[in-house]
Design a binder for this molecule. Sequence first.
Ligand code: AP5
Length: 220
Amino acid sequence: MYVIFLGAPGAGKGTQAAEVAKELKLAHIATGDMFRDAQKKGTALGLKAKEYMEKGKLVPDEITVAMLLERIAAPDCRQGVIFDGFPRTLAQTEALDKSLVKQSKAIDKVIFIKVAEEELLTRLSGRWICRQCQTPYHEVTSPPKIKGKCDRCSGELYQRDDDKPTTIKERLKVFFAQTAPLIDYYTRTGKLVEVNGVGTVEEVQKGILNALKRRSAGRK
Ligand code: AP5
């Protein structure tokens, strides 16, 4: 199964994708995490991506698509993938479709996690992330058991550079201008399902799993 998690910054794509991928035994590909990992390693890709990420802009399509296509060729992607934060432009959408068609595969479902803008701002400004395993926390709604430490791996928690108020605003602007058109695109293909992204993490996850199951049932 090949599934896209679509949603604005802070909608909960990363939180949900990690859990759902584990539950359904799918690979979890998060382009934002891949860029941050490349930055940590100081690679040329990481340095290039940093120029755009720190301004809240999208990394150019040619760089993002090349990285993604290399990643989906890996053996762990054969059973299926949850794409978290990719595609974000129509050009990325077309590149992904083309690549899957070549392998006689296709996107099965697009889960649009919908959250109002005010809630997105609250979530991003209170977010803390594990440096080691990338698990996200929120200082109010899902704090770690020990302040500054990851519950899962005891890694150090940090706040992302692009979670500053001015950069958050730019990321939201970019989402509405460049990524929101994908909602119409995937609605026209009949693959998009909107899921309410407000509620506890467990409630949202239940909504997503139900949406994915509904499709399997309809296919039989
Ligand atoms: P990326 O890392 O993908 O960031 P994003 O899309 O802006 O999304 P976020 O990670 O901020 O939010 P999320 O939806 O994953 O929410 P989360 O689960 O963390 O991309 C960063 C940058 O990389 C981009 O700006 C761009 O420059 C570049 N990039 C990446 N992909 C690209 C691409 N395809 N093309 C070009 N450039 C690309 O949750 C947020 C917070 O809310 C957390 O604190 C969490 O604990 C909390 N939370 C989660 N669920 C709930 C809930 N149900 N209730 C209350 N709080 C919740």
